[in-house]
Design a binder for this molecule. Structure first.
Ligand code: AKG
Ligand code: FE2
Length: 327
């Protein structure tokens, strides 16, 4: 990264600090590229508008923000708070059996992904609340897809800047877990069946421009099936090369959950992974996703639907550039 870019980022973070202190919240940065803890807020539908705005900014700057000690929050409170940050989507385009407002995550989503990237209107953010936790393990890790893009050497940037990827909900990551019992295997198969009960395929630019920050990020993750411009045999190695750069430990932020914790991630600037290291213990988290825009590549071209209509699942947000990111 150039010195100018670092200066700009430092200036932006300074400007953001004024917004936080005017709103009476504290934002503690927890990593160089990603992650911060916000304190001074009691989450719910009655968060003042100024605080909600400051939280939106902290999210854009830090990509993931966590709140602790929110034990008072229930599903309705989580939903009412979500509405202050955007327009909640349905829980999922195809998974309807796990609640009508929130998606219940049971177990852990242990593969790197950006949420619901197989539709055209990829959600802008997810709000996750711990409901039942194992006594060990079960952390969630996020990776900054902006940092990964910014770290690409020029020849790799040239390679990805014009590349498109096909995302599909027919993912192939439900391989049998050798430790899973019969019931767990049945649960996974049922879930996969529901997940794929309608087919969604979308072409997204591999490099998207964030509508609120103008930052470029890599839009990939486990729903990607193909780079249509390349041969099938070339897909795996290039996909893995880029995923390895995204998930470099320096670009990640890991959170060990306690009850009362809430995490929000900018789904336009991150991937995440739920770590399945808690044996057979119960783990349950409740998620709300917020409507996002249709991604736009560097050349101004928008993502294109190949199959599936997600309009029942989510509106399309008209996003605007945030003040401190003004060009
Ligand atoms: O299991 C986890 O920690 C992550 C769950 C997840 O992928 C999600 O909530 O979107
Ligand atoms: Fe997820």
């Amino acid at each position: 990264m150039t010195v100018t870019a670092i200066d700009n980022r430092a200036d932006r973070e300074e400007a953001a600090k004024n917004v936080y202190s005017n709103a009476g919240i504290t934002v503690d940065k927890l990593g160089e590229h990603i992650g911060a803890r916000i304190s001074g807020v009691r989450l719910g539908g009655d968060v003042p508008a100024e605080q909600a705005e400051a939280i939106r900014l902290a999210l854009a700057v830090n990509k993931v923000v966590v709140f602790t000690d929110q034990q008072h929050l229930d599903d309705d409170g989580q939903y009412a708070f979500a509405e202050l940050l955007g327009e909640p989507t349905l829980p999922h385009p195809t998974v309807t059996s796990r609640g009508s407002q929130l998606l219940t995550i049971e177990g852990a989503a242990n593969s790197w992904h950006t949420d619901v990237s197989f539709v055209d209107r990829v959600p802008k953010a997810s709000i996750l609340r711990a409901v039942t936790l194992p006594s060990w393990g079960g952390a969630t890790t996020w990776a900054s897809t902006v940092a990964a893009y910014e770290q690409l050497p020029a020849p790799l940037r040239a390679l990805v800047d014009g590349l498109w990827a096909k995302h599909s909900n027919f993912y192939d990551y439900v391989t049998a877990d050798p430790d899973a019992g019969d019931e767990e295997t049945r649960r996974r198969v049922d879930h996969y069946r529901e997940f794929t009960s309608a087919e969604y395929e979308t072409l997204h630019p591999v490099v998207r421009v964030h509508p609120e920050t103008g930052e470029r990020s890599l839009l990939l993750g486990h729903f990607v099936k193909e780079f249509p411009a390349l041969k099938p045999a070339e897909f795996g190695p290039l996909f893995q090369l880029l995923q390895n750069r995204i998930t470099r430990l320096e670009n990640t932020f890991r959170w060990n959950w306690s009850l009362g914790d809430v995490a929000i991630w900018d789904n336009r600037a991150t991937q995440h992974y739920g770590i399945a290291d808690f044996g057979g213990q119960k783990r349950e988290l409740h998620r709300i996703t917020l409507a996002g825009d249709v991604p736009v590549g560097i050349d101004g071209e928008s993502s294109r639907i190949i199959s599936g209509d997600a309009s029942h699942y989510s509106g399309v947000e008209e996003a605007r550039r945030l003040g401190v990111y003004a060009a």
